[in-house]
Design a protein. Structure first.
Length: 616
């Protein structure tokens, strides 16, 4: 259990140390965060499957909120992917940030992210998962806006933070509903109750749909996709780690972690499929017309995540988890190669690149390997995971199978166009690029090797890593059709887009503009409404101030009336009564002889008066 606790804690401790002492270290704290992540990977390997630790946070009214970590086959598999990719990307970042004074803050924020992401994956409580989910979002916000002086960085960070929060509201309501229905936040208890039928079907469906909203926001699914391409203003290591391989895959992981809940809710499974299909096709089409190299890869990430959602919606959790790992390897490789291109050529615009394969052979070779893997070319990693998804889709009918083949075709098209425009043809840039730092080359090479061999290493061995049962493989015809589609897409992209022009024409670019308009319209309407309500608010404020002033004046007038009228009258009456009392008190001196003399005087006067009356 100590080793399990160490896995997320080491990157967090390294992050704090890097922030505090990074300026006194040669690599600005990057060596600390790299070592922390490496040790986390070692600790993860030492943790036996089934190890778990849990504690009750508090209990009230029959509801029990727990926190803890667990090492299941799924959580160990995804944690290894997160830590492995993070190790390579942070190594790359050491060279990427060379010479910058703000390196300690950068590495501290990267370490914060890795620790939070590992806690998210290993959490066995919905409360801890949600807390880590929000911490990952905070780290993303900080890292997107890291270069806050750059144009658009602050706006992109705010956009990502706010749009993902929309989905996070769904996740919050989802786990609160689970707590109400089951009485605990323990994930195994929730999934066990759903499997046993102890939760009403309507509650299960609502729970799954709310969780899907959270997954859609974090994984940039429609209609919450527009934030991811804008996030490319952040540093390249951020794009490679957070926005391609790990954080954006958290939505897919959430569905995998709660597979029993989604499997018991057919409407949620249907929504998964259609949201994933729409996102995958939409983003792939936009990528064929995008002119910025990193934005092409960002839209590609949306599309690939949508493909994973398609597999999940069809019940292919195993295929989705496999593709999550393969995609993390080849997409982070593509981003790191794109970062080398940007640093050395000074631009990401496809129409200003070209011929870089001779000047940057390592980046070109890594990009080529990862591009072929994305297009599903055998025997690279993407081929094996794409085949799993194609097998699941083809078992559900030819329509789903054709959809996956078309997605592979579009994937080959946009990545073939990007690779040809950046690395092939004549050199279009104004300067000759230099040589990247050795740490950048090392991180890129390591991930390129993973892109090439990870699928082959995992294929046939997934039963040892994943808890999901295997189904029959894809038929030969479907497999060959998928490979042919990927190769055809590569050819179309390389031929039609070699100069950076759109591979399928400019019209897909309008889709992105439309999505941006749709998603930003509510914010604009709200802003305009707020501005128009300003005068109304000022009038209400003035009226409120007038009423308050009148009440204050009335109170002061009443005070004066009370002080000068009622108070004086009351004081005068009290004084008169007091004086009368004093006089009356003087008549009662307590001396008996005076009382007898007074009685005698009264009696004498009465007798005299009576005699006088009789005489008259």
């Amino acid at each position: 259990m100590t080793a399990l606790l160490v896995v997320p804690l080491l990157p967090l401790l390294a992050a704090g140390t890097a922030f505090a002492a990074g300026r006194r270290l040669p690599w600005g704290g990057g060596e600390l965060v790299t070592s922390g992540v490496a040790l986390s990977l070692v600790a993860l390997a030492l943790v036996p499957t089934g190890t778990s630790m849990s504690a009750t946070w508090f209990e009230s009214g029959g509801l029990r909120l727990t926190v803890g970590l667990t090492a299941t086959p799924l959580t160990r598999f995804v944690s290894a992917v997160v830590a492995g990719v993070a190790l390579c990307v942070i190594t790359y970042a050491i060279g990427y940030t060379a010479g910058r004074r703000d390196r300690p803050r950068f590495f501290a924020e990267l370490g914060l992210f890795v620790g939070a992401m590992l806690a998210l994956v290993l959490a066995n409580s919905l409360v801890l998962l949600f807390a880590a989910w929000e911490m990952v979002g905070l780290a993303s916000f900080l890292l997107i806006g890291f270069e806050h002086a750059s144009p658009g960085a602050s706006a992109a960070a705010a956009k990502a933070f706010l749009m993902t929060r929309i989905g996070d509201v769904g996740l919050l309501l989802g786990w609160l509903l689970a707590l109400t229905a089951v009485g605990t936040t323990d994930i195994d208890a929730v999934t066990g109750a759903v499997r046993a039928g102890r939760v009403e079907p309507g509650a299960v469906t609502a729970m799954a749909l709310l969780m899907l909203a959270g997954a859609a926001g974090k994984s940039a699914q429609l209609p919450l996709s527009a934030w991811l391409p804008d996030a490319m203003v952040g540093p390249t290591p951020v794009s490679a780690l957070l926005h391609s391989a790990t954080m954006v895959a958290a939505g897919v992981f959430l569905v995998l972690r709660l597979d029993a809940v989604f499997a018991a809710a057919p409407p949620a499974m249907a929504a998964l499929f259609w949201v994933g299909a729409a996102t995958a096709a939409f983003a792939a089409l936009v990528a064929t017309a995008e002119t910025d190299l990193k934005r092409v890869l960002a839209w590609s990430t949306c599309s690939q995540l949508g493909e994973m959602m398609v597999a999940l919606g069809l019940g292919g959790a195993r295929a989705a988890a496999f593709h999550l790992a393969a995609h993390a390897a080849f997409k982070s490789t593509l981003f790191l190669a794109a970062g080398i291109v940007q640093e050395q050529a000074g631009t990401r615009a496809l129409d200003r690149l070209g011929g870089l394969i001779r000047a940057l052979p390592l980046a070109g070779a890594a990009f080529l390997v990862a591009a072929l893997a994305l297009a599903g070319v055998p025997p690279l990693s993407g081929f094996w995971s794409e085949e799993e998804i194609l097998a699941v889709a083809s078992r559900h009918g030819p329509g789903a199978g054709v959809l996956v083949v078309l997605l592979v075709l579009l994937g080959g098209t946009y990545i073939g166009r990007a690779g040809a425009a950046a690395f092939l043809g004549p050199r279009r840039g104004p300067t000759e690029p230099g040589k990247p730092a050795w740490t950048m080359r090392a991180g890129t090479l390591a991930l390129a090797l993973a892109s090439a061999g990870l699928g082959w290493l995992l294929a046939g061995r997934l039963d040892a890593f994943l808890p999901f049962g295997a189904g029959p493989g894809a038929e030969v015809a479907w497999r060959n059709l998928g490979v042919a589609a990927g190769l055809l897409g590569l050819g179309i992209g390389a031929v039609r887009g070699r100069d950076g022009s759109p591979a399928l024409g400019p019209w897909p670019g309008r889709l992105a503009d439309g999505l941006s308009a749709i998603t930003t319209a509510p914010a604009r309407w709200t802003t305009r409404l707020a501005r128009r309500l300003g005068p109304v608010e000022d009038a209400l404020d003035a009226a409120a101030r007038g009423v308050a002033g009148w009440a204050w004046s009335a109170g002061r007038t009443a005070g004066r009336v009370e002080a000068r009228g009622f108070a004086r009258l009351g004081d005068g009456l009290a004084a008169w009564l007091a004086a009368g009392g004093e006089r009356l008190r003087a008549l009662q001196a307590g001396r008996l002889y005076l009382y007898t003399l007074g009685l005698f005087a009264w009696a004498t006067a009465a007798l005299a008066a009576g005699a006088l009356l009789l005489w008259l």
